[in-house]
Write a protein that binds this ligand. Structure first.
Ligand SMILES: Nc1ncnc2c1ncn2[C@@H]1O[C@H](COP(=O)(O)OP(=O)(O)OP(=O)(O)O)[C@@H](O)[C@H]1O
Ligand SMILES: [Mg+2]
Length: 347
C-alpha cells in the first residue's frame, strides 16, 4: 500500500496516558474505551485505523464528539505521533521524516483550516492570508500578489486591509480558507471548519468549497459531525465510534447499506430522496421501454415525476452519453425513498 499516491493510514493506534505501550496488548485484544479508562487509566484515542484516501478526493471523517476525528486528522501532518501504526503520503513514510522534512511537509504540502478560524485578530486579512507564504520565505511583493488573488477568490476583495477581528464569523472563515489555499498545498485538512457558522453561511461555505475543488482538485480530509454536510461534501465518508472506523464508503453505501445499528441511527432522519441516486437502486436493462429517460445520477426525488409519467410507470435509466444502463419502476423508487426496498439486487 505504501508506494501508492494519496494518503494511507495503516494499523494506526493512539492511546493517551502515562504508559501507552503497557496497555497495548489489552487494546489489541479489544478492551473497551470505557474499561481502558476506568481500570487502566488510559484513553483510547484511535483503534486499528486503516484508511486510504485517494488523491484529489474529499474524505469526510465523522462521528460523535470524542470519537477520535481530530486525533485521526492530526496524525496526517504528525501533530500527533501514533502509539503504533503507519502514515504514508504519496509513497513517503511520514513517521520516518526528520525535522526538516516534516517542516517542509507542513509548510508546503499540507494546510489546515480550523473550527475557530485561528486567525491573528490584530493583523489584516492580507497578512493573515499571506502568513503561510511568509513562512515559506516568499517575498512581500509576491505574497501580496498571491494572497490578493485568493482573497478575491473567496469573495473578500476590498477587505485586504481590514483587521480579522472586525469581520463576521463567515468572513473570518473565508480568510482561513484563503490562507490554506494560498500555499498551494495539495492536501487540506479541515477540522470542523464550518461547524461554528450559522446554517446559511455554512451552506455558502460548502458551495464555495465544492466550487474551488472542481478547479483545484486538492486531497481534502474534512471533519464534521453533521451527516448532511458529510453527504454533500464527501466522496467517501468514514464514520468513527470510540476510536475505530465503523464504516467507510460513499454516501450511497452509507445510506443504503449501513454497517450496523449505530450507523442506521445516524442516517435515520436523512431525506433519502435527496441523497440516493437512481443508479444505486435501478434494476437491469429492459428492452421495449420507451418514453422519458431517467439519468443514472438523478436523485430519487427528481426521478419520481419522470417515472410517474412513463408508460407502465417504468423508465429507462441512461448514462451521461445517453446509453441505457438500467430500468427503474415507480414501485422501486417509492420503496427506496421510504426505506422499505431491498436495494440493488441487480445492476
Ligand atoms: N492530549 C490528549 N490527552 C488525553 N486524551 C486525549 C487527548 N486528546 C484527545 N484525547 C481523547 O481522545 C479521544 C478522541 O478525541 P478527539 O479530540 O480526537 O475527538 P473528536 O472526535 O475530535 O471530538 P470533537 O467532535 O469533540 O472535536 C477523546 O476521548 C479525548 O478525550
Ligand atoms: Mg475534534
Amino acid at each position: 500500500m505504501t508506494g501508492a499516491d494519496g494518503i494511507h493510514i495503516g494499523g494506526l493506534y493512539k492511546v493517551f496516558g502515562g504508559g501507552p505501550a503497557s496497555v497495548m496488548p489489552l487494546v489489541r485484544d479489544g478492551v473497551t474505551k470505557q474499561e481502558l479508562l476506568e481500570n487502566h487509566g488510559h484513553v483510547l484515542g484511535l483503534r486499528d485505523i486503516n484508511l486510504s484516501i485517494a488523491p484529489r478526493s474529499i474524505q469526510v471523517v465523522m462521528g460523535l464528539s470524542g470519537c477520535g476525528k481530530s486525533t485521526l486528522v492530526r496524525h496526517i501532518n504528525r501533530l500527533i505521533d501514533p502509539t503504533e501504526g503507519e502514515v504514508w503520503i504519496d509513497g513517503e513514510d511520514v513517521l520516518a521524516l526528520d525535522r526538516a522534512a516534516l517542516r517542509h511537509l507542513r509548510r508546503h504540502r499540507i494546510s489546515m483550516v480550523f473550527q475557530r478560524f485561528a486567525l491573528f485578530p490584530h493583523r489584516t486579512v492580507m497578512d493573515n492570508v499571506g502568513y503561510g507564504l511568509a513562512m515559506q520565505g516568499v517575498s512581500r511583493a509576491d505574497r501580496a500578489e498571491r494572497a490578493g488573488r485568493w482573497i478575491e477568490r473567496v469573495g473578500l476583495a476590498g477587505y485586504e486591509d481590514s483587521y480579522a477581528h472586525h469581520l463576521s464569523g463567515g468572513m473570518q472563515q473565508r480568510v482561513g480558507l484563503a490562507r490554506a489555499l494560498a500555499t498551494d498545498a495539495e492536501i487540506m485538512l479541515m477540522d470542523e471548519a464550518f461547524s461554528a457558522l450559522d446554517p446559511l453561511i455554512r451552506s455558502d461555505m460548502r458551495t464555495l468549497l465544492l466550487e474551488l475543488q472542481k478547479e483545484l482538485h486538492k486531497t481534502i480530509v474534512f471533519v464534521t459531525h453533521d451527516l448532511e454536510e458529510a453527504i454533500e461534501i464527501g466522496d467517501r465518508i468514514a464514520i468513527l465510534r470510540d476510536g475505530g472506523i465503523v464504516q467507510n464508503g460513499d454516501s450511497q453505501d452509507i445510506v443504503l447499506r449501513p454497517a450496523d445499528d449505530y450507523i442506521a441511527e445516524f442516517i435515520q432522519g436523512i431525506n433519502r430522496g435527496r441523497v440516493v441516486r437512481v443508479g444505486s437502486i435501478m434494476g437491469p436493462v429492459e428492452s421495449g421501454l420507451d418514453g422519458p429517460d431517467c439519468s443514472l445520477d438523478a436523485y430519487l426525488e427528481d426521478a419520481l415525476p419522470v417515472v410517474a409519467r412513463a408508460p407502465g410507470n417504468e423508465a429507462r435509466v441512461v448514462d451521461a452519453d445517453g446509453a441505457p444502463v438500467g430500468a427503474i419502476s415507480l414501485d422501486r423508487l417509492i420503496g427506496a425513498v421510504s426505506g422499505n426496498d431491498p436495494p440493488r439486487e441487480a445492476r
